[in-house]
Every structure is written in C-alpha cells, then in structure tokens.
Design a protein around this ligand. Structure first.
Ligand SMILES: [Zn+2]
Length: 149
C-alpha cells in the first residue's frame, strides 16, 4: 500500500497508508482537523514516475492549508516539474491551468500556480506573492481572518 503524507491547517504533518490514491484524507492525528495531502518524502525520491499534474493540486485557499508556505512551495515545485515533463512529452499535456485560489479576492479572477510562481520568482515568498495578487485585484481583505498573509 502506498504511503502518503498529510498536513493539517495547524501544520501537523504525519504519514499514513492509504488503500488507494482516491481514498479520503484522514483527519489530523493530533488536532483532528481536516488535512491536505502532500507528496511523501519517499515518493519524491522515485524519479522514474510521471510527475503529478494539477489533478491533485489544491484548488482552494483551504486546500493549501490556508496558505501554508510549505504546501504551496511543494506544489509550485511539483507543477514546475510537471511542466518540464510536458515540454518533453507533449502527449501528457494537460490544458487546464492549476488554480491555487479561487475564493475571496480570486472569485472572479482565479489565482493560478503559474501566476503565483511568476510573482514569487523574485522574492521566493509565495505567501507574500498571494497577498500581492490579492491586492492587485483590488480586494483588501484576505480570504480568512486567521490567515497570516
Ligand atoms: Zn493538526
């Protein structure tokens, strides 16, 4: 059975066996909150596999564990790896753009990982880049009160 890593909104990280990739994410072992799946450290060593596309990329701000820096950075790397893979192997190309956030400020103009990555290129700070993208859309409020943007 494959092992997956999970990250909860408070940042607890743990490993769990799942019957299949489609199995529901378990709640956090420590605080019982919902979790997001992150690439297992073991799986990332398996370079022979086809890099994951956007199918399992978080589609909402909550899906990124409320803007968790580590999780966003992981997905940026994964999608960049996938993009390079698609350049070499166009038959695997997906046309849909991966959406990093589509709520709050991004409701009418979703934030894609492509935009997030290009905004974070200089600073390397995805959280600041997301806040900047939000400001540029003319919306002052951050999606959630407890978000540390
Ligand atoms: Zn937790």
């Amino acid at each position: 059975m494959p092992t997956y890593d999970f990250l909860c909104n408070c940042g607890h990280r743990f490993e769990r066996f799942l019957r299949s990739y489609k199995s529901a994410n378990p709640d956090c072992e420590v605080c019982a909150r919902p979790t997001s799946r992150v690439p297992s450290r073991v799986a990332m060593l398996g370079a022979a596999s086809i890099p994951e596309g956007d199918t399992y990329a978080p589609k909402s701000f909550e899906g990124t564990a409320n803007g968790n820096r580590e999780l966003i950075a992981i997905w940026q790397r994964k999608l960049e790896t996938r993009r390079k893979f698609e350049e070499k192997h166009p038959e695997h190309k997906t046309t849909r753009e991966a959406i990093a956030a589509h709520e709050g400020a991004f409701e009418n103009n979703p934030l894609t990982y492509r935009e997030l990555a290009s905004r974070a290129e200089k600073t390397g700070d995805a959280t600041a880049a997301a806040a900047e993208a939000s400001r540029d859309r003319g919306v002052k409020a951050v999606p959630k009160k407890d978000v540390n943007l």
